[in-house]
Design a protein around this ligand. Structure first.
Ligand code: NDP
Ligand code: 2IT
Length: 448
């Protein structure tokens, strides 16, 4: 007797086992909807309980992080590492520092990472971690003390062949440097245990840019498939962090015009387009001065919409690059009404499921994050390779490899996602293509 594998039955069991983890439920539902029909056609996966195993992390580590703030107060945060699946390589995935971090969010991210990392074609498994620590408004010394305390505990669970964390929201070069230094101090080893490192100590060229560049490339690939390109298109981008800024830069290189960026306080609408000099100003504002986007509006005299998201701005292409569930049904309706032709996700799960359905029904090009933002972890994989062989490749070499990886992911989505009427369902394509490699590895290992 095998378990009933209807979507409803599977989801109701998953919800019972993972009570109130709504983001995790959402991420699993989006995958299960396209993968369960595939499993039913390929019963070896059903008999081996692969989807049941894939939705249960290998392990979840939760720990206390204690540090002292600048006023001498003792502060306590909660740290996590979810080691989701190492069937095809060591656990790999980012660390997020944000007050909203909880187990549900990290399980959704770790689960998505399983499929994303598989799609890159590189030998990397999936994990995610972080803490409910808010780096905003903290001094560098406070961030350093937090990172050192966090790594003191995390170091017991990671290693360059075991689990290799990287950045995500709230974790950039500064945080990776503090954490790498602490790991090195504790273990007295210099290994590639983290990616996204600075160039002086084993970092890779292009890693900073990789997620955003990869997302812009992915959209360009989708357009190319339709005989079109990014050139001349008006583009709306959300976020103004690592992913958004370099997505905007590559859109410009590809001939598109970026008219918006956002942060958690609102968005800027610059009708003239955010050119090279303006983008350099924002990169400095957000990454060095850690300022707010509203300062851009003041400096360049463009419109600023407090507390709003940019999806109502008329555009050809949309790139959600901030956070999960930042594009809802009403936003999707606005994009469709404004004749937007494509949405490519730099963020993880930025579009709610009902909005995805609307975009697909309206036959927009729609790329899920696990395919479109895989360039970041792919270049992390290349950073691991460079660390292993103790070499550093050139920007040109790395960008060529990144572009090639994004094209290959695109083509995998097309081959698994093309529907009878010719529409490419990138959700199905990414899920099924990502699933097969991990599932086949798990089958080969037997029952464990
Ligand atoms: P950053 O911390 O560099 O930037 C995050 C941006 O999103 C900031 O502009 C931030 O605004 C905004 N933001 C964060 N949380 C919220 C929120 N709750 N509501 C509104 N805006 C918000 O992170 P990244 O650019 O690295 O990550 C962005 C997205 O891309 C995330 O979904 C991440 O998981 C995903 N991703 C990142 C990869 C990477 O390599 N870094 C790889 C693949 C995916 P503010 O400044 O006001 O906080
Ligand atoms: O969501 C992601 O893919 C990341 N945050 C990057 C992970 C990595 O290991 O580079």
């Amino acid at each position: 007797m095998y378990a009933d594998l209807s979507l409803d039955h599977f989801m109701s069991g998953l919800k019972k086992r993972n009570i109130n983890e709504t983001e995790f439920h959402q991420a699993v539902y989006e995958v299960a909807e396209s993968v369960i029909p595939y499993i039913l056609e390929n019963s070896k996966y059903q008999y081996a309980g692969i989807i049941e195993r894939m939705t249960e992390p290998d392990r979840t580590i939760i720990f206390r992080v204690v540090w002292e703030d600048d006023d001498g107060h003792v502060r306590v945060n909660r740290g996590y590492r979810v080691q989701f699946n190492n069937a095809i390589g060591p656990y790999k995935g980012g660390l997020r520092f944000h007050p909203s971090v909880n187990l549900s969010i990290l399980k959704f991210l770790g689960f998505e990472q399983t499929f994303k990392n598989s799609l890159t074609g590189l030998p990397i498994g999936a994990g995610k971690g972080g803490a409910d620590f808010n780096p905003k408004g903290k001094s560098d010394a406070e961030v350093m003390r937090f990172c050192q305390a966090f790594m003191t505990e995390l170091s017991h669970h990671i290693g360059h062949d075991t689990d290799i964390p990287a950045g995500d929201i709230g974790v950039g070069a500064r945080e990776i440097s503090y954490m790498f230094g602490q790991y090195k101090r504790m273990t007295r080893e210099f290994t590639g245990v983290l990616t996204g490192k600075s160039l002086e100590f084993g970092g890779s060229l292009i890693r900073t840019e990789a997620t955003g560049y990869g997302n812009a490339y992915f959209m360009d690939e989708m357009l190319k498939q339709q005989g079109d390109s990014t050139k001349g298109k008006v583009c709306v981008v959300s976020g103004s962090g690592n992913v958004a800024l370099y997505c905007a830069e590559k859109i410009r290189h590809l001939g598109g015009k970026v008219v918006t960026l956002s942060d958690s306080s609102g968005f800027i609408y610059d009708k003239d387009g955010i050119d090279e000099a303006k983008l350099a100003y924002i990169i400095d504002l957000k990454t060095v001065k850690r300022g707010r986007l509203s300062e851009y509006a003041e400096k360049y005299g463009c419109e600023y919409f407090e507390g709003k998201r940019p999806w109502g701005v008329k555009c050809d292409l949309a790139y959600p690059c901030a956070t999960q569930n930042e594009l809802d049904e009403d936003d999707a309706k606005l994009l469709i009404a404004n004749n937007c032709i494509g949405v490519s996700e730099g963020a993880n799960m930025p579009t709610v499921i009902k909005a995805i359905k609307l975009l697909q029904e309206a036959k927009l090009l729609y790329a899920p994050g696990k395919a479109a933002n895989a360039g970041g972890v792919a270049v992390s994989g290349l950073e691991m390779t460079q660390n292993s062989i103790r070499m550093a490749w050139s920007s040109e070499e790395l960008e060529n490899r990144l572009r090639e990886i994004m094209t290959t992911i695109h083509n995998k989505c097309v081959s698994y996602g093309k529907e009878e009427d010719g529409y490419i369902n990138y959700v199905k394509g990414a899920n099924v293509a990502g699933f097969t490699k991990v599932a086949d590895a798990m089958l080969a290992y037997g029952i464990m």
